[in-house]
Design a protein around this ligand. Structure first.
Ligand code: R5P
Length: 271
């Protein structure tokens, strides 16, 4: 791997732990103003100090993130469809590699829709993006998307998806946590990070999912709704960091969550 590629990978996966806490705030690219992400700057700004990188579109980057903010960017470069259109899977590349270089990003990400009518189109987009990424030293994140079919998230399907992405040259892969997750990570020769999916009932549930994923070989998270749809997003991302980077158990991380939440409420009451 060339120096530039290695340098960018190490901005996402912290060399101290080899793991990543990526904050996903790209949902608007097909969902529009998602709940609690209606005003992106308000959601993103307090979380920046605790995220190793942000995953977002160029539109939200330019409008809602201070260029002086000390953060790393993984740019969402696929899209072209929306939740109210006929086929979420019919994505193409929306943003050029030249634009990614101009924005000084440390990675680009696109979704692939394996097993759908658009499998070939999205996989060839991945392959083409990898060709360009290799040329410019920019790592490519492949996202194994399931669209509206959340029930597809099992180890058999996701391990196939992750492996196909790695074979096409993706530098790392984002997928969903599932039962027998080790099957997914073991057969994928590049790092795997997990998306959180729709918000779980409790923060403890989300922390348990992250801890299980890490224990079963995940290299981190690229998570959104389970952080910023929490009523206490900063304590939540800090507790997730504790699991990913410091090996906290979910129970210890939940204690941390509760104490940070209480400190936050006391501080707010004293203002
Ligand atoms: C889909 O909208 C994006 O790829 C998200 O970045 C991904 O689903 C992670 O976000 P969440 O944890 O909310 O699922």
């Amino acid at each position: 791997m060339d120096w530039g590629m290695k340098n960018r990978m190490s901005r996402v996966f912290k060399p101290e732990t080899g793991r990543a806490v990526m904050l996903a705030v790209d949902h608007g690219y097909f969902l529009g103003p998602t709940s609690k992400l209606e005003v992106p700057r308000e959601t993103i700004e307090p979380l920046i100090p605790y995220a190793d990188s942000l995953m977002l579109t160029r539109g939200v980057l330019r409008t809602s993130v201070d260029p002086g903010a000390n953060t790393n960017i993984v740019l969402r470069v696929s899209g072209g469809v929306s939740i109210v259109g006929p086929a979420l899977e019919n994505e193409g590349i929306t943003t050029s590699m030249r634009e990614a270089v101009r924005l000084n990003v440390c990675g680009v990400g696109l979704s692939v829709f394996i097993g759908t009518e658009y499998e070939r189109q999205t996989l060839l987009s991945l392959a083409e993006l990898v060709n360009q990424g290799e040329e410019y030293g920019i790592p490519v994140l492949a996202i194994t998307a399931v669209g509206k079919e959340l029930e597809k998230r099992d180890a058999r399907y996701l391990s196939l998806c992750c492996r196909v992405c790695a074979e096409l040259g993706a530098h790392y892969v984002k997928t969903y946590y599932c039962e027998d997750f080790e099957k997914v990570t073991r057969s994928c020769p590049v790092p795997v990070v997990i998306a959180g999916g729709p918000k779980l009932d409790t923060e403890l549930d989300a922390l348990k999912m992250v801890a299980n994923a890490i224990e079963q070989g995940a290299s981190g998270v690229d998570m959104g709704r389970n952080i910023w749809q929490s009523d206490h997003p900063v304590p939540m991302i800090r507790s997730i960091r504790a699991v990913v980077h410091e090996g906290y158990t979910p129970e210890d991380a939940y204690d941390l969550f509760r104490s940070l939440k209480e400190k936050g409420s006391k501080k707010a009451a004293s203002v």
